[in-house]
Design a protein around this ligand. Structure first.
Ligand code: SF4
Length: 222
């Protein structure tokens, strides 16, 4: 989009501080069912699911985890089988060698440093091998200890299109969002943006004509 057009669009929709609340409220009505799509029954299953979801879809992870979680119930279980066996068990999620290494490293640290329990604090979660900031943010948020805002590909794209950030780097985008978004909404905003991204604001073909945010969005094509 030409710069002058973008500036004009930003003026038309008004400052982001005034738009953030109506954006969240409208998305909450539109996507009342927005929640994490991964299926898990415990903090350990949550951690493993989120680690497996790197570079693949949640649907794909959900296909693998029912059998996986029947077989691997405790952190020890991931360490007691030969590495190749765990690789085979998570193979359909892709990058299975790296993921196996990360899972086993994380399980070892859970046992050595956290009494076998999944920590809830961000600074502890990011110490686990293979757990980057996004994974840690998802886990701590789902466990009720939200300390940041999850930035995945949808959150990144929508935050940019909605004019909430001009950054490209996820850490800088998160920094912009935590300044803008009221703290009680830190956990639910990513779910709302992810679901809106999947259903309406597609990466290639955003359906602006059907979007409840079109009058609040500087990138609207309507
Ligand atoms: S108006 Fe268009 S670009 Fe803006 S959020 Fe909606 S679908 Fe995305």
């Amino acid at each position: 989009m030409p710069r002058s057009y973008l500036q004009e669009a930003r003026r038309r929709v008004g400052p982001k501080k005034e738009r953030i609340r109506p954006v969240i409220e409208r998305l909450a009505v539109e996507h009342a069912d927005a929640a994490i799509a991964l299926r898990f029954r415990s903090p350990l299953e949550l951690l493993v699911s989120v680690m497996l979801s790197a570079q693949t879809t949640d649907v794909n992870v959900n296909r693998v985890t029912p059998a996986l979680f029947e077989k691997y119930r405790r952190p020890e279980d991931y360490l007691e089988v030969p590495q190749e066996e765990l690789e085979r068990d998570i193979l359909p999620t892709g990058f299975y060698r790296q993921k196996t290494k990360s899972l086993r490293g994380a399980m070892r640290m859970l046992l050595e440093d956290f009494d076998g329990e999944v920590p809830r604090r961000l600074e502890e979660l990011i110490r686990l091998p293979g757990v980057a900031r996004k994974t840690a943010n998802v886990v701590s948020s789902e466990l009720g200890e939200t300390q940041g805002i999850v930035v995945d590909t949808h959150v990144r794209r929508l935050s940019q299109r909605l004019g909430f950030t001009r950054q490209k780097d996820p850490v800088k985008i998160e920094r912009d969002l935590v300044r803008l978004v009221p703290r009680p909404d830190w956990a639910r905003l990513p779910h709302l943006l992810i679901w809106h991204g999947r259903r309406v604001c597609d990466a290639r073909r955003p359906r602006c004509e059907d979007c409840v945010l079109h009058d609040l969005c500087p990138s609207s094509r309507v």
